[in-house]
Design a protein around this ligand. Structure first.
Ligand code: HEM
Length: 139
């Protein structure tokens, strides 16, 4: 595993490969996203960002799974279906500041712990996702 992580550091392996690649990688991403939204849906600490989402989280689960699969180096499922993600623009209708960013990361980190992802992968993934979440700030 250490070799693989070092490779990831020098970007020889993608997160998708580290999470199992192919179907296994896809399944881990789906589990991660489902757990992430389960946390958002139930944990009072995430109530602020839960309220920004629709009552039914089915679409959000599907879209984030597709997006993260490609973002982690797997098949570009989101882009194939919806075109360029333009993530920042798509988040403009929602007021996102430091608190919302931190709530989003809180849900993701809780999800990673629930799935017991490898500690090193978890740290790297969290750091990369933090960059994206921070970029979404618009207030
Ligand atoms: C920083 C805090 C964030 C907040 C508060 C937030 C909130 C939201 C909300 C409210 C939606 C609409 C969901 C719905 O239809 O109910 C959404 C969509 C989405 N978010 Fe986020 N988000 C955040 C960060 C992120 C990050 C870091 C990513 C990617 C790593 C991401 C990826 C997506 C994607 C792919 C969609 C679907 C876009 C579409 O096709 O409509 N979001 N987000």
């Amino acid at each position: 595993m250490l070799d693989k992580i070092e490779e990831a550091g020098s970007s020889k392996s993608t997160f998708y490969e580290l999470l199992g690649g192919e179907e296994a990688g896809q399944q881990v991403v789906r589990q991660l996203v489902n757990t992430f939204y389960d946390v958002m849906d139930t944990d009072p600490k995430a109530a602020g960002i839960r309220a920004l989402h629709q009552a039914d989280l089915t679409d959000a689960r599907e879209k984030l799974s597709m997006f993260l699969t490609g973002w982690m180096g797997g098949p570009q499922l989101y882009i194939e279906r919806y075109g360029h993600p333009m993530l920042r623009r798509r988040h403009m209708p929602f007021a996102i500041g430091e608190s919302e960013r931190d709530q989003w990361m809180y849900c993701m980190i809780r999800a990673m712990h629930t799935l017991q992802l490898d500690e090193e992968i978890m740290k790297k993934l969290a750091a990369q996702l933090y960059g994206v979440a921070d970029f979404m700030r618009n207030k």
